[in-house]
Design a protein around this ligand. Structure first.
Ligand code: ADP
Ligand code: TPW
Ligand code: MG
Length: 580
């Protein structure tokens, strides 16, 4: 009856196909990526819709820069590349800042941007949002790839994941031209083209002689110091790092985002004696921290050397995954190259039993300095001036964080950053996320979203009023997704402080904002809770309520507008100060 032939014909005509959109989604899912941070538009709108329909979490932002910062810090927190998805040219450029930030801070991230048609872009014929994005991304990315054929999507995403995660992590750019998304291919061929990346961040075991060299140097030290950086926090080797610090008995200094790796209240924590231990140490072991500007390049007055270029004579051990990092600023006497987990466990194994604690003279001196500084700070914190200043406000924040050690903590600003970093103790690893290596403003609300989404914990953000402005519109995003975020704006009416005046009269000075701005109303506009707080008691009540209720909250903490200093703690980097 001729039933066989038509059936074959039908099945040939309907041979299942898939397309570029689907393969991107499938490749991400296959590699355990669950969340996309992005902003829709041509050519990626349907990618966001279909990703959501397929069970990916798609978080849509008001500006790509915030989506990008969210992705970068998601990478830091999870050891999986954070994915940021943008449209072509302007969206791509908005995301680019975050890509550079990820690379500079060693966070794994993938910026995926749709792009215009290659043929038109390369002939510069004026396509919609035409731009040679791949070329522009390269200098700020650890790696950059473009996929032109649907059957190469699997390889493209696998390469991006490997590049972001292996060795020193960083930002990767993946360029997906519009045409790619609609390309259809045979579903089975498509499925076979996908790659599930095996061991994307292979362990890198340090060489035994390098371990021995490091231990010999450490053992002979009279005044040793350990510096923990955000690489150590990223590595998630918390127990071994804690064991190394405690078994050696060596005082340690956590860099900003390594705070809480061991509790800041730990007796070996030397944060409160920083300006004593840096010049005083004879052997310094850096663990996932670079000797960049944040550590005065390992030389000059901070380290006990006299002039800018002079060394204080310390010997350095540097534990780092990047073999090129050693000697970047000063001689590294014992480079230990490998992943921090492997290096620290090799050090522990090599220490053996009977490791002698550092000389009591050094430990007592560090302890004495620390106790004196802590006592002095306690006095300052106990004061209750009117109007509220950074110290009296941060005294409250410190208590709230102590009572909620699992809460995530976001921080940006100048004074609002520096005072917070030194006053507010962190109690658990990877809780504090901040402006990072560049001291960048604008990470705040993007970080809040990612911190809430990736950890499920309440988030507390301490923001300078200027810093907040860079990403302030994302309070709508926070309200839309009902995230448990409590933003506290340290409102001193401007950049550094609110008291500058224009010597010519007329328009206000460049550092000054609208006086007594009511930032809390921004949060109210989208259904969140807004609080205007002028006293520590009001601030405390509002923060407690925000953490308890998990409702999006913005507290406008009114700070004495004379309280800040120019550039916070980095006044010395201001060219005007250098000239003097
Ligand atoms: P901080 O600003 O806290 O001092 P940096 O960002 O300067 O920290 O330094 C982080 C360092 O950690 C980088 O040199 C990076 O290569 C290194 N790093 C990152 N992840 C790892 C890891 N898993 N193992 C070893 N080193 C790592
Ligand atoms: C992307 C320069 C560093 S700190 C800061 C700016 C503009 C704001 C300081 O004011 P804020 O804090 O936040 O009110 P406070 O407590 O001192 O008053 N653009 C970018 N990054 C940086 N770092 C700057 C500008 C800057
Ligand atoms: Mg300010």
């Amino acid at each position: 009856m001729g039933t066989v032939e038509p059936q074959v014909a039908t099945s040939q005509a309907q041979a299942p196909t898939t397309d570029g959109f689907q393969l991107v989604i499938d490749a991400l899912k296959l590699n355990g990526i669950e969340t996309i941070y992005g902003l829709p538009g041509i050519p990626i709108t349907d990618l966001t819709r279909r990703a959501q329909a397929d069970g990916l979490r798609v978080l849509s932002f008001r500006h790509e820069q915030s989506a990008g910062y969210a992705a970068s810090i998601a990478g830091f927190l999870t050891q999986k590349p954070g994915v940021c998805l943008t449209v072509s040219a302007p969206g791509f450029l908005n995301g680019l800042n975050a890509l550079a930030h990820a690379t500079v801070n060693c966070f794994p991230m993938i910026l995926v941007s749709g792009s215009s048609e290659r043929e038109i872009v390369d002939l510069q014929q004026g396509d919609y949002e035409e731009m040679d994005q791949l070329a522009i991304a390269k200098p700020v990315a650890k790696a950059a790839f473009r996929v032109l054929h649907a059957e190469d999507i699997g390889v493209g995403i696998a390469r991006a994941i490997r590049a972001a995660l292996s060795g020193r992590p960083g930002g990767v750019y993946l360029d997906l031209p519009a045409k790619l998304f609609a390309q259809g291919i045979d579903a089975e061929a498509g499925r076979r083209s996908l790659i599930q990346v095996v061991d994307p961040a292979p362990r890198q075991i340090p060489a035994p002689d390098a371990v021995k060299r490091a231990l010999d140097l450490l053992r002979g030290a009279k005044r040793p110091l350990i510096i923990l950086g955000k690489g150590a926090a990223y590595a998630q080797a918390d127990a071994d790092i804690g064991a190394l610090v405690e078994r050696t008995g060596i005082p340690y200094l956590p860099m900003s985002m390594a705070k809480g790796l061991l509790p800041d209240t730990h007796e070996q924590c030397a944060s409160a004696a920083r300006s004593f231990v840096l010049p005083g140490a004879d052997v310094v072991m850096l663990v996932g921290a670079r000797l960049n500007w944040l550590l005065s390049h390992g030389k000059g007055r901070t380290w006990g050397g006299k002039g800018h270029k002079e060394w204080g004579g310390q010997k350095f051990i540097q534990v780092d995954i990047s073999p090129q990092e050693a000697d970047s600023n000063v001689r590294i006497d014992a480079p230990l190259v490998g992943d921090i987990g492997s290096c620290v466990s090799a050090l522990l194994a090599g220490m053996g039993a009977g490791w002698a604690k550092p000389p009591a003279e050094w430990l007592d001196a560090v302890h004495g300095k620390k106790t004196a500084n802590v006592a002095r700070m306690a006095e300052t914190l106990a004061k209750n001036p009117v109007p509220m200043n950074f110290h009296s406000a941060l005294n409250v924040v410190r208590d709230i964080v102590r009572a909620n050690p699992e809460a995530m903590f976001v921080n940006e600003g100048a004074n609002a950053l520096d005072f917070t970093r030194s006053i507010v103790d962190m109690h658990r690893p990877r809780k504090r996320i901040d402006v990072g290596t560049w001291g960048i403003m604008g990470v705040g609300m993007g970080y809040c979203v990612a911190a809430a989404v990736e950890t499920g914990q309440p988030v507390i953000a301490i923001e300078g009023d200027s810093a907040f402005g860079f990403s302030g519109m994302e309070v709508e995003t926070i309200c839309r997704y009902k995230l448990p975020v409590c933003v506290v704006i340290m409102n001193n009416n401007g950049v550094y402080k609110g008291t500058d005046v224009n010597p010519r009269g007329g328009e206000v000075a460049p550092t000054v904002f609208v006086k007594d701005a009511r930032y809390e109303k921004l949060m109210e506009a989208f259904g969140g809770v807004g609080v205007y707080a002028t006293t520590p008691a009001e601030l405390r009540k509002a923060m407690e309520e925000a953490v308890r209720s998990r409702r999006p909250t913005l507290i406008n903490a009114v700070i004495d507008q004379t309280a800040g200093t120019e550039s916070g703690r980095i006044t010395g980097l201001n060219p005007a100060a250098k000239k003097k």
